[in-house]
Design a protein around this ligand. Structure first.
Ligand SMILES: Nc1ncnc2c1ncn2[C@@H]1O[C@H](COP(=O)(O)OP(=O)(O)OP(=O)(O)O)[C@@H](O)[C@H]1O
Ligand SMILES: [Mg+2]
Length: 493
């Protein structure tokens, strides 16, 4: 702890400015934590705060008025620094007491001494007194030994991770959130939308399992819409649509049988393809004369378009119940969702979340974190088609999850608007990590700034954050003021 300056004129109980002593402007930076010794009638209260909004003043160098120093400078001279004042806003985090942090209610005294905190002080220990916390591997920027604590009870109050592409969201999730949830006793399911952010980093081991979405059985609705998509709506022929629909009934059973009878060297999708083709042609042939020819023509078109390979994504037989049950042995399951269409991915999400919702409704505590990367694919600003169902589902999961030890972690490039998460869903995420933001999030209602500006964090800072830096805000943070945190990437996860 080291004296660096004093509180300036104009302080209140919730705001103060620090005037730095000479030369400390070269050493004291924004985001550092400080302690104000506020003495009121001989009693000293120690107020912990964070530095923001640095300001250098030298009125003799005003750019809008003519002063002797300006004249001297214009001729190439070096103006005097004697009247320079360097200051920072101090955002008070709270009064440090034996029982923990308390809100400061006394006016902060101008003149009060301000100390910068050094590594050995570890103010995080003061913040967590009296709280049930878990220590993460993340730390306060520039102080590797100040680990970031998380209030355990608020984990099921859901989490948002935001930042533009390349800001480090997926890495942060893998290196910090996943270990955190595991330490807190949660099992984890990660939905890896593109199959590139998580699946390649985890192997099948005693504790983790990577399952491809194509190995999971789809529900029959999704299978029908997949065929619809692949065949130009069954060549616009309703009889054909009915024929496919008929065949799809009991799909998983048929796939299992086909896999059983497929011998070495023969491909199950080809057998299945022949079965569908036969069924559809039989249906077409049995129609009355007026409908028969159009249906046969449509069938020829459909089967010219549809190839046996197209059936591969539909050949999964693992049920969502089974996916969940595998968690009784493993700690984490990663679903590699590449090689499925968006509709298929959302179809799977709906089946899985329906199942989880059912368990919670029946009164079960899940102890489960569901991590959804690329969350706007599931719950966009303005949902369409199947997204309407997934958005509604996420909202319901969030509401019920709070009481059932179920955490939703949504990851998104943007906070609001077209690049962000649906507003009704976002309201349920009570702890947020904001990395470098997109300019679209820098203005207007509902963006990152709305959360952070009251604490002296500006758009300029958010637009320039380096990868792996996040402002941590919300219920899980024992500090009521958002703090800038980061983490080191180690070789393995
Ligand atoms: N703590 C860190 N320190 C240094 N570099 C980091 C850190 N975290 C992430 N990075 C770098 O940032 C890159 C991008 O990270 P990541 O893939 O997590 O971004 P993302 O926000 O998930 O992007 P996208 O939205 O495109 O998925 C990584 O490849 C890594 O090199
Ligand atoms: Mg990512």
């Amino acid at each position: 702890m080291r004296l660096v300056g004093r509180v300036a004129d104009g302080s209140t109980e919730s705001s103060a400015r620090l005037i730095l002593m000479k030369d400390f402007e070269k050493r004291v930076a924004a985001e550092e934590l400080v302690l104000i010794e506020n003495s009121v009638e001989g009693k000293v209260s120690r107020i912990l705060g964070v530095l923001r909004e640095g300001l250098g003043k030298n009125e003799f160098l005003s750019a809008s008025s003519y002063r002797p120093d300006v004249a001297y400078m214009k001729l190439g001279g070096e103006p005097s620094g004697a009247r320079e004042v360097y200051s920072f806003a101090i955002k008070p985090i709270g009064v440090v007491t034996e029982e923990g942090l308390d809100q400061n209610r006394l006016i902060i005294q101008p003149r009060a001494p301000v100390y910068i905190l050094e590594d050995e002080d570890n103010p995080m220990e003061w913040i967590v007194r009296g709280l049930d916390v878990i220590w993460t591997k993340a730390y306060i920027e520039r102080h590797e030994s100040w680990r970031v604590p998380v209030v355990k009870n608020f984990i099921p109050y859901h989490v948002g991770v935001y930042g533009t592409t390349g800001s480090g969201k997926s890495w942060f999730t893998r290196h910090i959130l996943v270990p955190l949830y595991i330490d807190a006793g949660y099992k984890i399911i990660i939905l890896d939308w593109s199959g590139t952010d998580y699946a390649p980093y985890y192997q099948n081991t005693d504790v983790t399992e990577v399952i491809r979405i194509t190995d999971i059985a789809m529900d029959e609705e999704s299978i029908l819409s997949y065929f619809e998509d692949k065949t130009f709506e069954f060549a616009k022929n309703n009889n054909l649509r009915d024929a496919f629909d008929e065949f799809i009934e009991g799909w998983t059973g048929k796939v299992e049988k086909v896999k059983e009878v497929a011998k070495e060297g023969s491909r199950p999708e080809e057998i299945l393809y022949k079965m569908i083709k036969n069924h559809v042609e039989n249906v077409a042939n049995s129609l009355d004369t007026r409908s028969k020819q159009p249906a046969l023509r449509a069938a020829r078109r459909v089967f010219r378009r549809l190839k046996p390979e197209d059936l591969v994504p539909l050949m999964g037989t693992i049920s969502v119940e089974e996916v969940y049950e595998r968690l009784s042995e493993k700690r984490m399951i990663v679903i590699d969702m590449s090689s499925a269409l968006s509709e298929g991915k959302l179809g799977f999400f709906l089946s899985l979340s329906n199942y989880l919702y059912g368990l919670m409704e029946a009164g079960m505590n899940l102890n489960l974190a569901l991590i959804i990367d690329e969350a706007p694919q599931y719950a966009p600003w303005s949902p369409k088609g199947i997204q309407e169902a997934s958005t509604e589902m996420i909202k319901n999961l969030a509401a019920l999850g709070r009481k059932r030890m179920f955490n939703l972690t949504l990851i998104s490039q943007g906070v609001k608007g077209e690049i962000g998460i649906n507003a009704a869903v976002r309201r349920n995420l009570t702890s947020n990590f904001f990395g470098r933001i997109h300019p679209l999030d820098a203005s207007g209602e509902g963006g990152a700034l709305e959360w952070l500006a009251p604490y002296g964090i500006t758009a300029d800072q958010l637009l320039q954050l380096k990868p792996g830096r996040f402002y941590f805000t919300g219920l899980m943070n024992p500090s009521p003021i958002p703090l800038l945190i980061t983490y080191k990437v180690r070789e393995h996860v």
